[in-house]
Design a protein around this ligand. Sequence first.
Ligand code: FAD
Length: 439
Amino acid sequence: MSEQTFTSDVEVELLAIGAGPSNLGLAVALEELAPDLAENTLLIDRNPTIEWQQGMLMPWATSQVSFLKDLVTQRDPRSKFSFLNHLFETGRLDEFVNMSTFTPYRVEFAKYLRWVADSLTKVRIDLGRECVALLPRRDETGAVTGWVTTLADGTTITSRYLVYGGSREPNIPPVLAGVSPTRIVHSTSYRQRVAELSGELPYRVAVVGSSQSAAEMFRALRDDLPDSDVTWLMRSIGLSSDESSKFTNELYYPSFVDEFYQARPAAREQILREMYRTNYSVVTPPMLEHLYTDLYLDRFNDRNDRRLVTMVDITAARETDEEVVLELTDRRTGAVTELHRDVVFLGTGFDTRMPRLVRELAGNLELDRIDVSRQYRLELDSSSTAACYLQGVNEQTHGISDSLLSVLAQRAEEICRDIIAHRDGIPATAVSAKESAAL
Ligand SMILES: Cc1cc2nc3c(=O)[nH]c(=O)nc-3n(C[C@H](O)[C@H](O)[C@H](O)COP(=O)(O)OP(=O)(O)OC[C@H]3O[C@@H](n4cnc5c(N)ncnc54)[C@H](O)[C@@H]3O)c2cc1C
């Protein structure tokens, strides 16, 4: 990894924010397809190390998609940056083959990401740098000519091209928004926050949601806070496995993005609605088996400190010095009860809106709406000579696979080629988001 920490303001041609899989995939595509641009690209991340969903990096958690959906294979199976080559180069290929699995442990995939970052020779990576504001840079006519990115320490990075890969933001249900952050733990910071609690104390905790993340936290709490009393709250009738099949899985193909993007608004809505339970508010079958077996043995052993409460809404929450009190309304009967907890763990997913940084940038650009082209380029006034791309936050226009690993190898190439065309002054030919929505 070409790592270099800067202490004063810098200018680069391309700045990529967030060194997760999306922008690491882009860094690889740049090195392979546009080496001169790669030489003038900076990738930053607020974390001090390269991780993959660090807050949920439990040692037993596995990827839910095939290792073939790595940063490159679906774009170029001969790339040296593949997961298989990583195994080969690090002497683990035989062991992985012998496991006969398509889904590596998440810690293995995180290690692969670090190996990719270390193997880059052109793109510079600077870690521990948090972006706090994005502003357009304009010339005297008002045309947008670039971007000014401000970091938490006040330094700025100016660039002609900007790629946001900072992911979506945690969803905190409004009813819990007033509870102090010390008592609320979203899954994205589970591991860091649970490590601050004493494993020997008998906490009273709640887990909220019926997602895979909620399930993984419920399972992990058995080891992390073994003497605690854990109540798992969900609105649904119970835990369900994902509703995917090989047929619906075809809608996760990179090639389906075109079809989705060009679909009429009502069709997009139908697809997202019907695909919802292939990815959201569902739990993998192996995890369901594991959880059910644990609870079965709890009942056998007369243990009652782990329980599921289904069909319940948190209708209010108040906090005292000692605890948070959740008001629960039973969806079946309307009966209201109180639950007194020390900590509440949220498996409530992600905010469906654009991230705050992007919304604020759009406000500064005086955009009425945030539209991105098929090539993920933010739609700007035609006088603009700069471009900004958004990765992983375009589910509404590019489909349910947008936030996953499924499409990111191809997406990296599409963005890379669009930047090259933009630099060369070649007009975009693909149908724009506005045009497509009007079809
Ligand atoms: C627990 C969990 C498990 C998952 N498992 C799978 C799976 O098995 N298969 C799958 O396909 N998808 C999975 N996903 C979906 C996940 O979104 C993708 O796998 C992938 O991580 C998306 O990559 P990304 O780079 O877009 O976002 P992220 O991986 O979220 O990376 C974003 C990066 O941006 C950084 N960042 C954010 N804001 C800033 C800022 N202001 N300044 C600087 N840096 C910033 C973050 O530190 C982070 O490193 C999972 C998601 C979760 C939450």
